[in-house]
Design a protein around this ligand. Structure first.
Ligand code: PXP
Length: 244
């Protein structure tokens, strides 16, 4: 079955807007589990703009679902991951000035450094996932350096859909389909995420090689109107409907 990882970063964004203790990301994670999430994703950014170190402590102590710990490939984050040993570590590119993770990792251009970086994480028992675009050279390099998982960036597909650029959206979707098939053929587990909504999730969920979707901002946004439980259940239903 296609798994749903719920990204709770923006529960922390709302909390941090007022410096209050609420809403609590761990409470959201536990609610997500009750609503049918299969995993929880949290991104500890270098600037701590949403998730904090204390949130990671609380998630590691209080979660029963596996934690997918998103982080940039820095020495500081590697030390934090090695201290906590989460189920999975997803390495993402991070730029301080960006609003969100804008592109995929350049694995092909940094293969030796990334291979050395992920080796201790693999030895510590973390499933290492690399957040990449659908380009074949990035997928092949990810397999070569020993990643267990690649997460394909769906942001461009979602943006093209929102902008009504349907021919380009469909071309992007085709490239994601080809990328998923290539990654799977190389023995990689395939995940996907970024920007997914009720409207855009179906065609991605229908790609048969994809094992997990990670979705955050839209679910937290939609929870303003329908509650987090309702938003997660609706997303799950749309994912299931797309998989025969
Ligand atoms: N996957 C990765 C690797 C991400 O960096 C993010 C955003 O933090 C997501 C999935 C979820 O994206 P969104 O919040 O747009 O659903």
């Amino acid at each position: 079955m296609l798994r749903l990882g719920v990204n709770i970063d923006h529960v922390a964004t709302i909390r941090n807007a007022r410096g209050s203790p609420w809403p609590d990301p761990l409470r959201a994670a536990l609610l997500a589990e009750a609503a049918g999430a299969d995993g929880i994703t949290a991104h500890l950014r270098e600037d701590r703009r949403h998730i904090s170190d204390a949130d990671i402590d609380a998630l590691m102590a209080g979660l029963t679902l596996p934690l997918n710990f998103e982080m940039a490939a820095t020495p500081e984050m590697q030390a934090i991951a090695l201290r906590h040993r989460p189920h999975a570590v997803c390495i993402v590119p991070e730029k301080r000035e960006e609003r969100t993770t804008e592109g995929g990792l350049d694995v092909a251009g940094n293969a030796d450094a990334l291979a050395a970086y992920i080796a201790p994480l693999r030895e510590a028992g973390c499933r290492v996932s690399l957040f990449i675009g659908h380009q074949p050279d990035q997928i092949r390099a990810s397999a070569r350096i020993g990643a267990a998982v690649v997460e394909l960036h769906t942001g461009a597909y979602c943006d093209l859909d929102t902008e009504g650029r349907h021919a380009e959206r469909d071309a992007e979707l085709d490239a994601l389909r080809e990328g998923a098939a290539l990654a799977h053929s190389l023995g990689l587990e395939v995940h996907a995420g970024h920007g997914l909504t009720f409207d855009t999730v179906g065609p991605i969920a229908a790609i048969p090689q994809i094992a997990e979707l990670n979705i955050g901002h839209f679910l937290i946004s939609e929870s303003v109107f329908m509650g987090l439980d309702g938003a997660i259940r609706e997303m799950r239903a749309r994912m299931d409907a797309a998989r025969p």
